[in-house]
Ligand binder design. Structure first.
Ligand SMILES: [Zn+2]
Length: 222
């Protein structure tokens, strides 16, 4: 074939902007840190923390925590949720990642990070996911917040919608932590002091990160 490899790639539909960004990453980040990458490739990863965060493009954990490769084990999904422990069903993407992080990587910290303006939480609050997506995927996923939604609505009857949303976004983090504790290997390690669970909430508009104080059950800004 006379066509060059580069030409084959450039004729594909891979977004050019991402190809450019990758070349920039390779030049500015990878090459200056090549030794570290080689070490990670040779010896594997040994992250101290796992972060469960939303898929929302504005709340990237590696960016927010200025992480280098190998430092954070990350799972992202709609509304940073964790399903309760159960062994039935077929595919458990989030649960597999948690198990791998806790039992194999032996992370010391499990952090659930919520955020302001969360579309998934808003859909749960409005109960509009099924209408918006014409799909049961999101509405079923967000049904994990049913209990939290009812308690937020009861506690904030007179509040504006934005306040209810913010309250439910924070309750969502607490729900994920509560569900994390239903995993036997998580609760056992937490009880033995080998694993800490944390809640965090990132406000996109003002760049504040608030952290959950477990004993007061409230978030406080860092
Ligand atoms: Zn979100």
């Amino acid at each position: 074939m006379w066509i060059t490899e580069h030409r084959v790639v450039s004729m594909s539909s891979f977004p050019e902007i991402l190809a450019d960004r990758f070349r920039r990453f390779k030049h500015r980040h990878y090459l200056p840190n090549a030794e570290q990458y080689e070490e990670l490739a040779a010896y594997g990863q040994d992250p101290e923390a796992m972060i469960i965060s939303c898929s929302d493009s504005r709340v990237d954990p590696e960016t927010i925590f200025s992480a280098m490769p190998g430092e954070l084990f990350v799972v992202r999904n709609v509304a940073n949720l964790v399903p309760p422990y159960e062994t039935g069903g077929k595919f458990h993407g989030v649960s597999s990642a948690i198990k791998f992080a806790v039992l194999n990587l032996r992370v010391k910290h499990l952090i659930v990070m919520g955020h302001s303006g969360c579309g998934g939480v808003k859909a749960a609050l409005d109960q509009s996911a099924a209408i918006q997506t014409e799909s049961r995927f999101i509405s079923r996923w967000m049904s994990m917040l049913d209990e939290a939604r009812l308690s937020v609505l009861a506690a904030h009857q007179m509040s504006p919608q934005a306040e209810k949303l913010s309250a439910l976004e924070k309750e969502c983090v607490k729900t994920a932590i509560k569900n994390l504790r239903t995993f036997p290997f998580v609760s056992e390690r937490e009880e033995k002091g080998r694993l800490s669970l944390h809640g965090a909430y990132f406000d996109i508009g003002n760049g504040t990160l608030s952290v959950l104080n477990h004993s007061r059950n409230e978030f406080f800004p860092l």
